[in-house]
Structure formats: C-alpha cells, structure tokens
Design a protein. Structure first.
Length: 164
C-alpha cells in the first residue's frame, strides 16, 4: 500500500486474523483483542516491521509467547493465592500487600524469562523452598558449582530488571 508505513500495513492486513487466531485459543474476545494489541506493540518496539517476510507465522510466534506469559502469570497468581489461603487469618496480608507481592512475583517472573530452565528452577528452589546449593544440585542432577553459577546468573538478571 503506497503511503502506508510498514507497521500500519501489517496491522491493517493481519490484525483481524491475529485476534481471531488468539481468540480460538482463549475463547475470550476481550483478552484476545488485548493480546493482539500487545503483539503489535511488540512489533512497534522492535522497529523491524519492514523486515518481516512471513507476517502470520511471525505474529503467531509473538502471540504464542504472550499466551505463555499470560498462562505463567495465572499459574503464579493461583499459587500465591493458594499459599495465602493456607495462612491463618491473623497473618494474612492486606489487599494492598497482596497486590504488591503479586506485582513483585510477576516482576521476578519477567526478569527470569529467557533464562535457561535449570537457572530459573535453581533460583526458585533457593528463594521459595530455601534449599541449599547441595540440595538444589541433587534435585537438578548437576554439581554444586553449577548451582552457584545458575544462582549468580539469576540474581544478576533480577538485579538488572529492578526499576531505576
């Protein structure tokens, strides 16, 4: 389309298709519209719209990542709420504290995203189960020195992800 920038052309040609593709997986039109929007925001941020050769597979890959993030966020939230439900009422955090804790967990999840699975798992075992290097090494079937490297990498990732 002459006079149309690459992002606009991509959006006009594929937005309805992507929204439908996501909706078939979620069966939720509102969330599908939000995730389709987020996919195009990702394309805009990357600044590479003109280089996309196969738009639909490219957009589907972005959407699959967004669906995976959504699923992980829901699993994380459910696990947190389950842990809260197990607390005696006197120890239960306020709604504001719950929201802050959930946001912190989501921030950690985003920070760990992209790290290899053993690195993420070592971090979670250390932070949430309180396991020692040797216990983590045994669980992951690696050496304690590997666990130390994993935790250093994960901690560095979390540190750099903190807002300035």
């Amino acid at each position: 389309m002459p006079g149309v920038n690459p992002v606009e052309a991509l959006y006009l040609d594929h937005h309805a298709w992507l929204r439908g593709w996501i909706n078939r997986r979620l069966d939720n039109r509102s969330e599908a519209a939000d995730l389709a929007h987020d996919a195009f925001v990702s394309v805009i941020k990357a600044g590479q719209a003109a280089d996309i050769r196969e738009p639909r597979p490219f957009l589907a890959t972005i959407a699959q990542r967004l669906l995976a993030h959504r699923h992980r966020r829901h699993v994380l939230e459910a696990a947190y709420l389950e842990a809260l439900a197990a607390l005696p009422e006197a120890l239960a955090p306020s709604p504001e504290e719950r929201l802050l804790a959930l946001e912190a967990l989501q921030q950690i999840d985003r920070a760990l995203d992209g790290l290899p699975a053993p690195v993420r798992e070592a971090f979670l075992l250390a932070q949430f189960e309180g396991l020692t290097y040797d216990q983590i090494a045994q669980r992951l079937q690696v050496s304690a020195s590997s666990v130390k490297q994993y935790l250093t990498r994960a901690n560095r990732q979390c540190l750099f992800a903190l807002p300035a």
